[in-house]
Design a protein. Sequence first.
Length: 343
Amino acid sequence: MRGLAGRSMAEIPVAVVDLETTGLYPGGDRIVEIAVVRVGPNEEPKLLFDTLVNPRRRMSATEIHGITDADVADAPTFEEVAGNLLAALSGSVFASYNVYFDSKFVQAEFAQVGMIARFPHLCLMYLRPVLGLGSKCSLIDACQCHDVQHTSTHRAGADALAAARLWKIYIATIQRLGIRTFEDLARRKAYKFTNSFTQDLLDASLWAGLQPTANLKSRASKAEPELAAPRPIDRQALLGEYWDALTVALADLDVTHEEIQYLQVKRASLKLTADELRWLHARAFAGILADVCQDRAVTCGEADVLYRVGAALRQIGWAPGDVPGESVTDRDFRPRSGRFLSD
């Protein structure tokens, strides 16, 4: 392996990224808020930049992240902040709580400004089971488990700071377990993100045309971004919490029986209405379907994935194609392979 493989994990800075977007489909949906928190060796997390982004399209998913068309009307476009993001990521490992989501969006946005970005990355969500710290779960649940204060969810700056504080716990655990290099971590348990360790760190000097801008617009307090007043507990916060849990379970498109139970408990504890559940499940499934269809062909394997995701959503409470109020069993939607997600 080349790239980061043999380098010490304790010596490489980590750039923790968090995004808010108009949906789940990179390339079709757009970033509307982005924040980067850098954690250097033996340093506390530092917020490098945090800004709303004008997606140049109508806003969507406001019910989850709270961002409106008016909020981004005078915000910079991604093209304007691409240099800021590149500078923040340069020389650091890209990390986020759900890296498969965030990295794809960042790569899609960079591609639109003419930059093909490949970089080593870490998934803080999957590092929990890799390090024996617990199962895959949402950011807010991980913070509660590790006593990390986090109340302003679905604000990119606050979410990135919370995830960076989790990384401080993770790197301490990594050192305690005797994991020295990135290659050592990859040998402990293979996930897709460990394949990225063969990549080299981004070098901002290679894209001199992308220069940082001072035209940023943050939702957070300029003085203490991590202490921005949390939103009161309302339906938006509850929908956001379930959405986070749902996207965690769907991250690898292989929803386990334990994850189905996790979401059933979430649904009950948050007291989601039937209409809210259908809306969230429909949004999630639509994003997956759009991603599968982007090459204008659906293979048998992709069709099987869609069946299996639908079966999982149905076990939680509703899947696209179900009639409200009608009892539909999973047997009616058995995948062609004959396998169930919960088998």
